[in-house]
Ligand binder design. Structure first.
Ligand code: HH2
Length: 293
């Protein structure tokens, strides 16, 4: 039987993000390709510190269906050593420049530091992806407000260096949704436009594997906050709970499962390492979720 109406969506759930590169329509959901200008990101296949090689990867991701790219220069993997703003800029800017020259899609910069974000916006980045949701650097949200760019606000418990040892939550879904609502309010109080805010439950960030599974299972609770939701399950270690102790290289199909279910639950953006493969997954999952509506 074909069911009637699609699941109710709040009218303010923002189907478009306005970026300096142009409007980014979030329906169908957007594949965000990950490009890391790092020597130490958790998935070796995402490390592209050489600008020319990064530009080639960016072109290939866009040709494969990525409609946005996220460029970072500081790993946030569990146990990562933090880098200072000068080192982060030194890694990031040549890669960002090369990627900007190579593709037209919106680029976000994956950083928690206002100084790095400002330099990236000056080099042509269009959005900021802050895994600390504006908590690590109080200048970051006001910067996004002044520059009029979208910002991704992500939930993380603790800091990357120690987050593997965070205590379990008794209600991870409630905790994450309350946090995201509070950070969205903080962003709006800092002057960020409501329709420039994207929320992310932060898969793997200071969570046990089963907590990440629960957050994906109940992604509708994040979607119900009324902002576009981004999820980043790509190749992450929460899949160990299901797939066993294989490394990130063995988690492509597990990623596909997480991406498909996230799209069915209403995710508007998926941040992934394998853009072309996940573009197909998103397209089919979205078509199934919308069939008959
Ligand atoms: N995950 C990573 C980094 N940034 N940003 C958002 N908004 N959501 C995520 O899930 C997310 C993120 C970790 O992935 P990656 O960048 O590939 O690894 P590393 O931090 O080791 O560079």
């Amino acid at each position: 039987m074909v069911s009637g109406a699609p699941p109710p969506r709040r009218p303010d759930a923002g189907p478009v993000l306005d970026t300096p590169a142009g409007p980014l329509v979030l329906d169908p959901p957007v594949v965000v390709g990950v490009l890391n200008a790092t020597p130490d990101s958790f998935w070796a296949g995402s490390r592209h510190p050489d600008p020319a090689a990064a530009a080639d990867v960016a072109r290939a991701m866009v040709a494969g269906g990525a409609r946005m790219l996220d460029v970072g220069a500081e790993s946030t993997r569990q146990g990562a050593t933090p880098v200072d703003a000068a080192e982060e800029r030194r890694r990031l800017l040549p890669v960002l420049r090369a990627v900007r020259a190579a593709v037209r899609v919106p680029l976000s910069v994956d950083t928690t530091k206002a100084a790095v974000a400002a330099a990236a916006l000056d080099e042509g980045a269009d959005a900021v992806n802050d895994v600390s949701a504006g908590r690590f650097d109080p200048a970051l949200l006001p910067l996004c407000a002044r520059r009029g760019v979208p910002v991704v606000l992500m939930h993380m418990k603790g800091v990357p260096a120690t987050m593997a040892h965070e205590p379990r939550s008794t209600d991870v879904v409630g905790e994450v949704t309350a946090f995201l609502a509070e950070r969205a309010a903080a962003a709006e109080a800092a002057g960020v436009a409501r329709d420039a805010i994207v929320l992310d439950p932060g898969i793997g960030f200071g969570k046990q594997a089963d907590e990440s599974l629960l957050l994906l299972r109940h992604l509708d609770a994040c979607v119900a906050l009324g902002y576009p939701v981004l999820v980043g399950p790509s190749r992450k270690s929460f899949m160990r709970a299901v797939l066993g102790e294989r490394d990130a290289g063995g988690r492509l199909f597990g990623t596909a499962a997480a991406v498909a279910l996230a799209v069915a639950a209403g995710a508007r953006l998926v941040r992934v390492h394998d853009a072309a493969a996940m573009a197909d997954v998103v397209a089919v999952a979205h078509a199934i979720a919308r069939a008959g509506t």
